[in-house]
Ligand binder design. Structure first.
Ligand code: DHB
Ligand code: FE
Length: 282
């Protein structure tokens, strides 16, 4: 069976792509964010995942308001980046892992999750940036199964439902008949609100409590409704649902099954609180 080795989380602000493209990582504005990554690169060098399953949210590129699946699983051989701008201008498409895609789709459907299956799927900065941040040099060495969770148009899935989805995806990965090593990625967050009366809203206290809960009490955030989570984290901060799914995927039974390798938290990039985290499965 495949081995689930751990989970990684990162924010995915489009301007990060511009900073990578222009080589600004050591500039004072960017350094505190990019300094979060070398320990993660060291861990990845050792852990060497072959495949990543990425929880992310599309921002109106592949799914627009006319058709908005709650949960969508990619089952494509290649994922093309067609970002709306600001990001990395030229990224080659990255490779899918179709066998795992269908194993996840079948497992989720068997567990009564009604998912949208996508044999073609354009991906935006939410999908491309984590790969470029975690593997900055050369070609991306992992294949990918993107899982899109709607955080764009209400109604959104509850935190409890997202946690259950993450659990089921973790079980699917660990029952995949393959000798490959798999990591789970969460792309998004943390607290931010880009528009409306609260534009610029950031909630450091809540973010740090949420990150801590992923270690000590992973279901903590499921006590809150979506509206409570938006109130605490901002309209787009609700992308923290991805982190919840990633953490849930690493849970087996009732065991506290992870140890923290590294985390970083920095305010702000753009209007956003940024965070990175690596959890190794034990
Ligand atoms: C921005 C966009 C995002 O998708 C996000 O998650 C955070 C910030 C931005 O445009 O600044
Ligand atoms: Fe986003």
């Amino acid at each position: 069976m495949a081995t689930l080795i751990g989970g990684l989380g990162t924010s995915h602000i489009p301007a990060i792509g511009g900073a990578i493209h222009k080589n600004l990582q050591q500039e004072p504005y960017w350094k505190p964010f990019f300094d979060g990554f070398p320990p993660i690169h060291q861990w990845l060098d050792k852990a060497q995942p072959d495949v990543v399953v990425m929880f992310y949210n599309d921002h109106g590129l592949n799914f627009f308001l006319d058709k908005m699946p709650t949960f969508a699983v990619g089952a494509a051989p290649l994922y093309h980046n067609a970002d709306e701008g600001w990001g990395i201008p030229t990224l080659p498409p990255f490779k899918g892992e179709i066998d795992l895609s269908w194993h996840i789709i079948n497992t989720l459907t068997g567990k009564e999750f009604d998912v949208t299956t996508c044999q073609e799927m354009l991906v935006d900065h939410a999908c491309t940036l984590p790969l470029k941040l975690f593997w900055p040099k050369g070609e991306c060495p992992v294949t990918v199964v993107p899982i899109c969770i709607n955080t764009v148009q209400f109604p959104l899935p509850s935190a409890k439902r997202v946690y259950a989805l993450g659990r089921a995806v973790g079980e699917a990965i660990q029952s995949w008949g393959s000798d490959k090593k798999v990591a789970v990625i969460a792309s998004g967050g943390l607290s931010h609100q880009l528009d409306g009366e609260r534009a610029g809203f950031i909630n450091k206290e809540f973010d740090l409590q949420f990150m801590e809960s992923l270690l000590t009490n992973p279901e903590w955030a499921t006590q809150y409704s979506i509206h409570e989570l938006v109130e605490k984290s901002g309209t787009q901060g609700i992308e923290l649902l991805m982190w919840l799914a990633m953490r849930a995927a690493l849970t087996v039974g009732d065991k506290p099954s992870v140890r923290k390798i590294h985390s970083n938290y920095h305010i702000p990039i753009s209007n956003t609180a940024t965070a990175v985290l690596v959890l190794e499965k034990v």
